[in-house]
Design a protein around this ligand. Structure first.
Ligand code: NDP
Length: 296
């Protein structure tokens, strides 16, 4: 029976640390501000942005809300991003994805000042991360690392397997594990003998998007398992339930520590957005980041 990694508790602790850092900055008359850009009426996006704004308020981060309608042109959206880049009151810019058809999300992401890119999606930040330079780290991968460190403070030398190679989760989390001196394997849909690769892992990060694809029997005894996947399936009573990419009930009997879904990685993502906003506020001013903010 493994140790459960409580993402809600770790995220609450991180938010408390962010609030502490915000208070340190307030003593220097700095009030970090996050600009949110929500385009159109997508219900899920509205909920996400509302939650982000609420969490900002809880830790003392200012929100600057922009909600253009779905018909906004790409040129007008680029113009808005340009104004936010130039605005000294704005430390971080979050453009909620997905964007309506007709707007090239990568053009918008690339238009954000990398220093204000609190999602960490800009290719400058991706490149800097892979070059081992100071970068804005994407929120979910940062959350995975903070969860990992909560049970394994120094993963140096351990074998890490990341299943998934997306630009927003798999690749950056692999870079972070490499920076933490793990020996990293990145697996994906063409990987041969995926079960054997997973069994070799001391640390297994699942970021696939396929319900319970990673079976309990694929987990090495004592491994730390971080399950990023969020999949909605039909439960026994016919109602929708959320499950991860890992077969949790079987895996928890073998793993050393494991994140549940929900209540694992999910709560960390917004907490890391708040963390990134504080980091952006400091770096833009050439200041050290307060000690309360943990590394990714
Ligand atoms: P993507 O769809 O962008 O990437 C999925 C990756 O999984 C790809 O690299 C793909 O490989 C790989 N893959 C697909 N099928 C298989 C297979 N059968 N065997 C091995 N690898 C496979 O997803 P994301 O990275 O964006 O997200 C992954 C999951 O994490 C999703 O469930 C998503 O909802 C969740 N998520 C959760 C977040 C949170 O806050 N907790 C935030 C972001 C994502 P290939 O490259 O070869 O196609």
């Amino acid at each position: 029976m493994s140790r459960l990694i409580d993402g809600k508790a770790v995220a609450a602790e991180l938010r408390a640390r962010v609030a502490e850092a915000v208070a340190v900055l307030a003593d220097r008359d700095i009030s970090p501000g996050l600009a949110t850009v929500l385009v159109g009426e997508d219900p899920a996006s509205r909920v996400y942005v509302r939650n982000k704004i609420r969490m900002c308020a809880e830790v003392g981060i200012r929100s600057i809300e922009h909600a253009p309608d779905a018909g906004i042109s790409q040129a007008a959206l680029l113009d808005l991003v340009g104004r936010l880049n130039a605005d000294p009151e704005v430390d971080g810019i979050l453009v909620q994805l997905p964007l309506p058809a007709g707007i090239d999300a990568s053009r918008i992401t690339e238009a954000i000042d990398p220093l204000k890119d609190v999602d960490g999606f800009h290719t400058t930040n991706a490149g800097r991360l892979s070059a081992g330079l100071e970068a804005m780290v994407p929120c979910t991968p940062a959350g995975c690392m903070i969860l990992l460190r909560s049970v394994c403070p120094d993963p140096k030398g351990l074998r890490a397997v990341v299943v998934g190679r997306s630009n927003i989760v798999g690749k950056p989390v692999a870079q972070l594990l490499l920076a933490a001196h793990c020996t990293v394997t990145i697996a994906h849909s063409r990987t041969v003998d995926l079960d054997a690769r997973c069994r070799e892992a001391d640390i297994l990060i699942a970021a696939v998007g396929r319900a319970e694809m990673i079976r309990g029997g694929w987990i090495g005894p004592g491994a730390t398992v971080i399950d990023v996947g969020i999949n909605r399936i039909e439960g026994k009573d016919g109602k929708g339930v959320l499950v991860g990419d890992v077969e949790f009930e079987a895996a928890k009997e073998v793993a050393g520590a494991i994140t549940p879904v929900p209540g694992g990685v999910g709560p960390m993502t917004i907490a890391c957005l708040l963390r990134n906003t504080v980091i952006a506020a400091c770096r833009r001013r050439g200041m050290d980041v307060p000690e309360a903010i943990p590394p990714a």
